[in-house]
Design a binder for this molecule. Structure first.
Ligand SMILES: *Cc1c(COP(=O)(O)O)cnc(C)c1O
Length: 364
């Protein structure tokens, strides 16, 4: 048997008619940049999350960039971000001229709030938390520190559409929530796409300007912006897909449950918290024999992925960046132990059981 890490064609086939009709609707409408389709999706996405406003942008990376710009973060400012994440959670900080301060993570892969407190300086303006692999961070602790030190909180929800912390959707707890619709994400489109949500009307207005050259009125820029919009065809596709996201996330949780129950005795499985709903963008196990395990799985047709092979502070781009504590050792450990095994809603029970059997075989 061959079990791929992801198979996007299966999902497309399961909702082909809905997708095709959405694409046709947008193309036939003659409106391809912003317009009704994007506005409708923004409204529906805001409603789904329980936020006041949503702004569609070109990618998850741009969502983070526009958020930092709207908060006025730049030269001389510091932004706290986890040492263990995708590049975009930190490179946007450099892009606006500010300095990332890398914080070590907990065993659950997310930023350690105890270190955030230590990372705060006179220059700190914001914290970017990442709900990595679809697991919400400890937001109460993060928000307490932010309030105490008057910091903005940006939630990087690129891997966590639909995840909940104490009954609230991620992205609605901090000042701004940033989402990615990159094809491989829980809610993916068929190209690049992103979204920003907020309850602040002021930030909303500002972010809408920033995504169109800082122009409210055509040809009259009021401020420095960029050009980054959610494509209208992608918005149509996402409107169709949003109707299915809860079902897909439920299936991810169901698969995670089967994996956890079957593997808990042989390998370290992801933590589940009673006050949070994780959406398992990845199912990431930890093993000291990670590299031989990858080989074993590959030989038996099971694809895996390593998220992430290097801590951000160890990459050339971030050389010399401040780290708290000095050598973010948990992030380093995770780069050596972590292994993500196949999880996506269309995975069959048969495939899930095959993956489990192959893993068990390794320890036998
Ligand atoms: C994918 C991802 C991003 C960036 O999103 P893009 O749409 O690819 O630009 C940011 N942060 C995290 C944690 C991600 O996984």
């Amino acid at each position: 048997m061959r079990v791929r890490a992801l198979d996007l064609i299966r999902q497309y086939k399961s909702i082909k008619d809905e997708i095709d009709s959405a694409v046709n609707r947008v193309i036939s409408s003659g409106r391809y940049i912003l317009g009704e389709e994007v506005e409708n999706f923004e409204r529906e996405f805001a409603h789904y999350n329980g936020s006041e406003y949503a702004v569609g942008v070109g990618s998850g990376t741009d969502a983070l960039l526009v958020a930092l710009m709207a908060l006025g973060i730049g030269e001389g400012d510091e932004v706290i971000t986890p040492a263990y994440s995708f590049t975009a959670s930190a490179d946007v900080i450099l892009r606006v001229g500010a300095k990332p301060v890398f914080c070590d993570v907990c065993d659950d892969f997310n930023i350690d709030p105890n270190y955030i407190e230590m990372a705060v300086s006179d220059r700190t303006k914001a914290i970017i938390v990442v709900h990595l692999f679809g697991l919400p961070c400890d937001m109460d602790k993060v928000m307490n520190i932010a309030q105490e030190h008057n910091l903005f909180v940006i939630e990087d929800c690129a891997q966590a559409v639909g995840a909940e912390y104490k009954g609230k959707k991620v992205g609605t707890i901090g000042d701004i929530g940033c989402f990615s619709f990159f094809p491989t994400k829980n809610l993916g489109c068929y190209g690049d796409g992103g979204m920003i949500i907020t309850d602040s009307e002021k930030l909303y207005e500002k972010m809408r300007l920033i995504r169109v050259h800082g122009q409210r009125e055509k040809y009259i820029p009021e401020m420095l912006g960029i050009k980054s919009r959610l494509d209208a065809i992608q918005a149509g596709i996402l409107r169709a897909k949003l109707k299915h996201i809860d079902g897909w996330n439920r299936r991810r949780r169901e698969i995670a449950d089967i994996y956890s129950n079957s593997l808990r005795d042989i390998v370290e499985v992801p933590v589940e918290y009673e006050d949070r709903v994780a959406v398992y963008h990845q199912f990431t196990i930890k093993s000291k024999s990670r590299d031989t395990l990858v080989k074993h799985l590959k030989e038996r047709g099971v694809d895996t992925a390593i998220y992430y092979p290097v801590a951000l502070n160890r990459t050339p781009l971030f050389q010399g960046a401040k780290t708290i504590p000095l050598n973010c050792s948990r992030a380093d450990d995770l780069t050596k132990l972590s292994l993500s095994i196949p999880i996506y809603p269309e995975l069959t029970d048969e495939e899930v059981i095959y993956v489990i059997d192959i893993l068990k075989e390794f320890w036998d």
